[in-house]
Design a binder for this molecule. Sequence first.
Ligand code: NDP
Length: 260
Amino acid sequence: MGELCVRSVLVTGANRGLGLGLVQHLLGLPKPPQWLFATCRDPKGQRAQELQNLASKHHNLVILPLEVANPTSIKAAAAKVGEHLGGSGLNLLINNAGIVKITLLENETLEDMTEIYTTNTVGPLLMGQAFLPLLKKAAQGSPGSGMSCSKAAIVNMSSYAGSIEDVYVWEFGQVVSYRCSKAALNMLTKCQSLAYREHGILCVTLHPGWVQTEMGGSSESFKPPLTVDASVQGMLKVLSSLSEKETGTFLDWEGKILPW
Ligand code: NDP
């Protein structure tokens, strides 16, 4: 399994947590992307400070505003990315941004269910639609008939918590709105894989492991098993190995196939 080698990548929710880790590791690859679009809600804000520092050192890093729950913001970002890329396409779209609310089944509300679904499921759907022309262009511009993340791919950051068969860590938190949104994201990924296969675009849904981030938890009293570095290293290795055999599958950061 070689290192990931990809010309252009876009990551959502890139200002902290796994998104920031992905950007750092992509920049550190032996052959880093020529274009790395790190998107976040507030590129000029305090929460994007680390990204701004990175951009001052890496000219291939472009920070763009992108709110995944806002179709206008998504379209504007797609237009900007198209301008930067000139005539070429976008090879790899990583829909990483996500939210959770710590809830019990009995106190889920219409508002919470809707907000989590909009961000975690509808966001990746709209992103796939808006970036489809650039992904198609990338696939058409790459030689060979096989699929890969170097050619054209959508990676949706899901969670094992969305597995209906396993209902991972139920005792730890019911988070019903989150689980439903990720189960739906898994279905979306399967649908994208079927619809985009003819364009040569690989689509997978990925569980990053239980990771020390704001979402995963990182207090002194409880630390999830994985660091951001370990998770991201694993995921990039997995991405480098994907082919048409894996399109439409649900994988973890070690490449293991997970039950739907
Ligand atoms: P964090 O909470 O640390 O980071 C979430 C990121 O998503 C932030 O950059 C946040 O931006 C961004 N974001 C949230 N809502 C939006 C929005 N509407 N538009 C744009 N960006 C948004 O989470 P993680 O890094 O831990 O999680 C990343 C992904 O991995 C998520 O999809 C999560 O569900 C998944 N995951 C994480 C696990 C873990 O253990 N950590 C386990 C399984 C899955 P802002 O700073 O503006 O809020």
